[in-house]
Write a protein that binds this ligand. Structure first.
Ligand SMILES: Nc1ncnc2c1ncn2[C@@H]1O[C@H](COP(=O)(O)OP(=O)(O)OP(=O)(O)O)[C@@H](O)[C@H]1O
Length: 249
């Protein structure tokens, strides 16, 4: 059976029922574990990106398995966002291939979009919709029953400490609150693969821990999470595998 058939979409409701697990020790390689390889969901093989004769992303190879968090580390400009965009299907690699569930990435494919959620920068926001309205709108897109939209929305707002801010408009939030709002917009939907670009931006230590808990809960429910981060704390707290871009071999 193909790996993608063994998976189920990770949903906020599922993850709430799983107690957060302790992070597994970081490892430089995960390709030596046959079980991991069998369940590998994201495959990045010799992917590089060049634009106008400039190398944006050096050749990078890794596999990410089910229920695994990969931390992308590296200095500014090393290519972390570019790699996330390639996995999300928003940029075509110059060399190499990216596969999700054994299939090439294709953001035009509804099945791919159902499986892969991404927060790469903040999404567009409507100035006349409240925080609650926005999160409920995303939830209503993915929920199969209208009756679950409100409870799922409330649960995710609570998860990111936004309950009291539900009636605010986006322009009435601080930068850290805006970041939490953006996180709620992606965590409220189901996914197999979650791509996060510096999700710790603007967050205080308590909110970074809140984010780590949310990531660990989705990981416990089977999600594959790839997060570009400059936070050693978030990386140590969540990552099973660390890929450092630009590092000498
Ligand atoms: N649209 C673009 N055109 C040309 N070069 C770009 C473009 N976007 C990014 N770059 C370059 O690609 C390289 C990688 O950028 P990227 O944003 O992937 O790095 P990063 O590791 O995410 O950096 P940071 O930690 O600062 O967010 C950088 O040198 C950057 O200047």
């Amino acid at each position: 059976m193909p790996a993608r058939d063994q998976r189920r979409i990770v949903h906020p409701k599922d993850s709430q029922s799983n107690k957060p697990s302790e992070p597994a020790p970081s490892t430089a390689k995960n390709t030596e574990d046959p079980a991991r390889v069998l369940l590998s969901l994201v495959g990045v093989d010799a992917v590089s990106v060049t634009a106008n004769d400039t190398l944006l992303l050096p050749s990078t190879t890794f596999q990410a398995g089910t229920g695994q968090v990969v931390a992308l580390r590296g200095e500014n400009g090393s290519g972390k966002t570019t790699l996330l965009r390639a996995v999300a299907g928003r940029i075509r690699p110059t060399t190499g291939t990216v596969q999700v569930g054994g299939q090439p990435v294709n953001e035009r494919d509804p099945e791919f979009r159902r499986r892969v959620a991404a927060m790469i920068g903040l999404p567009p926001m409507a100035s006349d919709l409240t925080v609650f309205d926005h999160v409920a709108l995303v939830a209503s897109t993915w929920e199969t029953s209208a009756g679950t939209v409100e409870p799922v929305t409330r649960r995710v707002l609570a998860e990111f400490g936004l309950t009291a801010l539900g009636t605010r408009f986006p322009h009435e939030l601080s930068s850290g609150q805006t970041q939490l709002f953006g996180l709620a917009l992606v965590f409220v939907r189901p996914f197999d693969v979650l791509l996060l670009d510096e999700p710790e931006q603007h967050l205080d230590p308590g909110r970074v821990e809140m984010l780590a808990q949310a990531m660990l809960e989705r990981r416990a429910a089977g999600a594959t999470i790839i997060a570009a981060t400059h936070s050693s704390i978030l990386s140590a707290r969540t990552a099973d595998l660390t890929i450092t871009l630009g590092a000498q071999p």
